[in-house]
Structure formats: structure tokens, C-alpha cells
Ligand binder design. Structure first.
Ligand code: GDP
Length: 323
């Protein structure tokens, strides 16, 4: 049976299936004909509680696991709730990975983040610059939990012969994103700010920081496609494309924009006519976070959604569901 047919026939658990990333993975799995999805209600399973997770895995015995559950947030949330970010993400990673192994899961894909790399990593950032320098302080606790997730997968593979893989996506956006101005990432925050300023006839919109940091933005539907691509790579192909530890693969577009350029683009998509004001009292965070995606493109996958088109479709989603 081919890898894709194997996935279609398998019992698949998507952890975090109600979040932006997990729901995009579910849509993609359904689109390719996977019907055996295990999607427990949020109240039925708290992934930070080991006993609940063990009970769930022993009962359901999923063959494939997409580990997209995480406590996530933008620069403000990460700076203000560091204990929540490190604790919840460490607990989710240790519980799900250990219980998946104990229940005989054949393949697991752990989703991390580009903030695992050092603050001043070479740009674009290749997979091998992991653990080569100090992290960006505004999201260090979150990054440490995500690095621990990669190391859990690597260690289970080494000790137990499992096939647990990891992908590190760049900054994501798309349907089901968080549009809360305190806790969201920059792109949904800007869509909401420019939209509300347009509605109110305001003269300007405040953008945090200096506008000079550079970020790479990947549409979540592209990420979901990449996740299925990596999950269905034959074992030897994944091993030969990753570091000797079979560690992780970057997922991005290969291009970035400054926060100032992003603000111009969102203003245009929303149709706001006023000014953009940068407030340097807010932190900039890492100066640049562009992923080196050569390993993944070498395997044959690349992103297809252009940023402007993706921002426009996300704005349309916001207008339908959240505005
Ligand atoms: P980061 O990639 O971890 O730094 O997370 P964010 O998406 O929260 O922030 C990216 C950059 O956008 C930072 O330089 C922020 O200061 C800047 N930024 C500008 N305006 C906003 C905003 O309204 N919300 C957020 N979250 N970031 C903003």
C-alpha cells in the first residue's frame, strides 16, 4: 500500500483540531479522503493531564497523530504569560508523545515554531542552527517547550525505534486565527485594527514597534498540505532529508516582509485611507525570522499561496465570522 493510501485507511488523531492549524489539517485530511479521524470534544480531553491522555490513547489507539495542539500567542501574550506558555506546551508534548508511543502509534508529526532558533541566527535559518545561540527573550519559554518536543521525538526514535517527525512552521495566518488584540499575532491584529479604524473613520492606526523587524508569513492551508506531505514521506526519505538525528524540517515560503510593509499591504487589502503610526514603546522582538526551506523544497514541496491573496481571503473570512 502506498503511503497516501496508508494514511487514508488509518485511524488518525489530530491533537488541537479546533485551533487554526489543527482545523486546517482536518480539512486537508478530509479533502484527500481520510474518513477515520478521531476528534474528541475539548471538554472530553485535557492534553495537559497525563492520566486523561493515557486513557484516551489506550482506548482509541490512533495509528497516525498530528500534534498541532499548543498554547500559542503573539509577542504580548508570550511576554505576559511565560509560565502558561512553558508549562502547557511542555505538558502537551510529553503527554502526547509518551502516550502515543505506549499505545503503539506508528507515526507522529510534532508541530513546532521558527522561534526555536537563536535570536541572531544566520538568515535564512537552516535546521542545523538549532541550539547554536541564545533565544529571543520575548518568547524563550515557548521556544524551550517546542525544542523539548523535537528532542522528545528524536529521543523516542533513538531509544524505541519510533517514527516521530517534526516540522517547524514560520509565522502562520488564515481562517480560525485569533483576532484578540492583546494575545494575537501581528497579521490578524492588523486586519482587525485596520478594519475597525476604517469602520470608525479614524485618522490613523497604531502598529507596535518600529516596523523594521522582518517576518515570513505562511497561509495555514499551505502548512496543512506540507504536514500531510511530510507525514506520508517514506521513512528513508524523511531520514535522508533531515539532520543525522532525523530531527525536524522547516516549513515556510522562503520570503519575508518588514512589519512596515505588512502594514501597508493590510491597509490596502482592507481599504483604510488613514495613516500608519509606529509605536516604538512596544517591543520589536526578533529582528528577523526567515526560514531556510531548502530541505523541504528539495523533497518536492513548496508553498503556493501569495501573501496578498492570503491576506485578502483571511480578511474575507474575518468579515464573515468575526467582524
Ligand atoms: P513574533 O513573531 O513572535 O515577534 O510575534 P508577533 O506576531 O506578535 O509580532 C511580530 C512583530 O509585529 C513584532 O515586531 C511586533 O512588535 C509587531 N507588531 C506590530 N503591531 C502588532 C500588533 O498589533 N500585534 C502584534 N502581536 N504584533 C505587532
Amino acid at each position: 500500500m502506498s503511503e497516501a493510501a496508508g494514511l487514508r485507511a488509518a485511524r488518525i488523531y489530530v491533537a488541537g483540531h479546533r485551533g487554526m492549524v489543527g482545523s486546517a489539517i482536518v480539512r486537508r485530511l478530509e479533502a484527500v479522503g481520510c474518513t477515520n479521524l478521531i476528534l474528541p470534544a475539548r471538554e472530553a480531553l485535557d492534553l495537559t493531564e497525563h492520566d486523561q491522555v493515557r486513557g484516551f490513547f489506550q482506548k482509541e489507539r490512533p495509528e497516525y497523530v498530528f500534534l498541532a495542539a499548543a498554547r500559542v500567542g503573539g509577542i504580548y501574550a508570550n511576554s505576559h504569560y511565560p509560565a502558561d506558555f512553558i508549562h502547557a506546551n511542555l505538558a502537551i508534548a510529553t503527554n502526547v508523545i509518551q502516550c502515543a508511543h505506549a499505545a503503539g502509534t506508528s507515526r507522529l508529526l510534532f508541530l513546532g515554531s521558527s522561534c526555536i532558533y537563536p535570536r541572531l541566527a544566520p538568515q535564512p535559518m537552516p535546521e542545523e542552527c538549532l541550539l547554536t545561540g541564545p533565544l529571543e527573550p520575548t518568547n524563550e519559554p515557548y521556544a524551550i517547550a517546542k525544542i523539548a518536543g523535537i528532542k522528545l521525538c528524536e529521543s523516542f526514535n533513538r531509544q524505541h525505534g519510533t517514527d516521530f517527525r517534526s516540522v517547524m512552521p514560520t509565522n502562520l495566518y488564515g481562517p480560525e486565527d485569533n483576532f484578540d488584540l492583546q494575545t494575537s499575532h501581528v497579521l490578524p491584529a492588523m486586519l482587525r485594527k485596520f478594519h475597525e479604524a476604517k469602520q470608525a473613520g479614524a485618522g490613523s492606526v497604531e502598529v507596535w514597534g518600529t516596523g523594521t523587524p522582518r517576518r515570513e508569513f505562511l497561509h495555514v492551508n499551505d502548512l496543512a498540505e506540507a504536514c500531510l506531505f511530510v507525514m506520508t514521506l517514506p521513512r528513508e526519505r524523511y531520514a535522508s532529508a533531515t539532520l543525522p538525528t532525523r530531527s525536524h524540517l522547516n516549513v515556510g515560503t522562503g520570503t519575508d516582509v518588514s512589519i512596515g510593509e505588512l502594514a501597508e499591504l493590510v491597509r490596502e487589502v482592507v481599504g483604510f485611507k488613514g495613516e500608519i503610526r509606529f509605536n516604538a514603546d512596544y517591543p520589536d522582538g526578533a529582528p528577523r525570522k526567515l526560514l531556510d526551506v531548502a530541505r523541504l523544497t528539495g523533497l518536492g514541496w513548496c508553498a503556493s499561496m501569495a501573501l496578498k491573496q492570503g491576506v485578502a481571503s483571511t480578511y474575507a473570512w474575518y468579515l464573515r465570522h468575526r467582524a
